[in-house]
Design a protein around this ligand. Structure first.
Ligand code: UD1
Ligand code: UDP
Length: 358
């Protein structure tokens, strides 16, 4: 069986790592297409180096651009590779433009499509990711849902065949790598941090970076908290901070440690030892939950509702007062942890289903 995997953005490299490992174990042939959506060393190569992911067989070099440009170029170039490689299946992850382009290229050539992280919904169609999720799910032949909520969302949209509740591949990745990270890395020493004496922040969602007011509210709350906040900034966010004149404000505040994006192993250590995490990332919300670290989500809605239901995550949007209040006050009540993301064997299940099912 021959699978073409299409990836392009940071979280997809992390998600594919455990699945590729399982493919190698059971002898599934995998050809990897990297769309080139993310290309900076810290957003791209570092993950291939650290996570033992197969080097991409094709890098399409699409890079950045508008949604139409990016998705269109990817579609065109992925199609060429699929025509050449003639795989049995196209495998896509998550909800980025690379996901949608891979799924569309596959289905139009009548190649079966499998979607890992199927069924997630924020019910906010202004998010580009929500559109990518809905469209990808509706053209997929195999839908690997990480949670029961995801299965229900698919059911409600009439997708009821070939839906598999596998658990979350990001949990597999975290469980596998957290011990490696603990052994190898000294990021806390390097940055002069003490466990549980700092907060960790990431921001990159379009709704927060393309909107000056939202980004300024977030930055103001960080500064006013007067707490030490480590902030590995996505290149998109770094550019927005500079464009809006907020970079200098943040630098001169003194309590925010603005750094480049870090590798996954460093990120796990920063997350595990943080007092609380502030983020608008989907993956980071989950990792906070897996590591039992309180999470303050800088969005109005989340597709990872389980983290909120269990009390580990609170949604505050880009509201300065709410963010500040959550930094000072938010504590998970009771500390419920209901293991709604599986048993850490999602990747093994996915590989086995694909091996037997195509
Ligand atoms: C994309 C995904 C988002 C995902 C995120 C993971 C879409 C629509 N969005 O958002 O769902 O959460 O990746 O991180 O697919 N840039 C660089 N260097 C890079 C990559 C990006 O400088 O290596 C800058 C460019 O200015 C670019 C901007 O970041 O225009 C945005 O990049 P893009 O890939 O379009 O979207 P992300 O915000 O990264
Ligand atoms: N991540 C990382 N370094 C960073 C920021 C995030 O390795 O500086 C990891 C994080 O641990 C998680 C994934 O990237 O596994 C989340 O990706 P991102 O926030 O870019 O996208 P999203 O999950 O929102 O789609």
């Amino acid at each position: 069986m021959k699978v073409v995997t299409v990836v392009g953005a940071r979280p997809q490299f992390i998600k594919m790592a455990p699945v590729s490992r399982e493919f190698r174990k059971i002898g599934i042939e995998e050809v990897v297409i990297h769309t080139g959506q993310h290309y900076d060393y810290e957003m791209n190569k570092i993950f291939f180096e650290q996570l033992n992911i197969p080097e991409p067989d094709y890098n399409l070099g699409v890079g950045s651009g508008t949604h139409g440009y990016q998705t269109g170029e990817m579609l065109k170039r992925i199609e060429e590779v699929l025509l050449k490689e003639k795989p049995d299946l196209v495998l896509v992850y998550g909800d980025t433009n690379s996901t949608l382009a891979g799924a569309l290229a596959g289905v139009k050539l009548h190649i079966k499509v499998a979607h890992v992280e199927a069924g997630l919904r924020s019910f906010d169609r202004r998010m580009p990711e929500e559109v990518n999720r809905v469209l990808t799910d509706h053209v997929s032949d195999y839908l690997f849902a990480p949670t029961e909520t995801a299965v229900k969302n698919l059911y409600n949209e009439g997708i009821r065949e070939e839906v598999y509740l596998t658990g979350d591949v990001m949990l597999d990745a975290l469980l596998y790598n957290v011990r490696i990270a603990e052994r190898k890395l000294k990021i806390l020493d390097e940055l002069g941090l003490k466990p549980k004496k700092y907060y960790l922040a990431t921001v990159h969602r379009a709704e927060n970076t393309d909107n000056r007011r939202n980004l300024e509210n977030i930055i103001n709350a960080f500064i006013k908290s007067n707490d030490l906040i480590v902030f590995p900034a996505h290149p998109r966010t770094m550019k927005a901070l500079k464009n809006y004149g907020l970079y200098e404000k943040l630098e001169s505040a003194g309590n925010v440690l603005l750094i480049k994006p870090v590798g996954y192993l460093d990120m796990l250590m920063l997350e595990k030892n943080a007092r609380k995490i502030l983020t608008d990332s989907g993956g980071v919300q989950k990792e906070a939950y897996f590591l039992r670290v309180p999470c303050i989500t800088l969005r109005e809605k989340t597709e990872w509702v389980e983290t909120v239901e269990d009390g580990w995550n609170v949604l505050v949007g880009a509201d300065e007062e709410k963010i500040l209040n959550a930094i000072k006050e938010f504590e998970p009540d009771g500390g419920t942890y209901t293991h709604k993301f599986g048993d850490g064997k999602a990747s093994e299940k996915i590989a086995k289903i694909l091996n037997g099912g195509v």
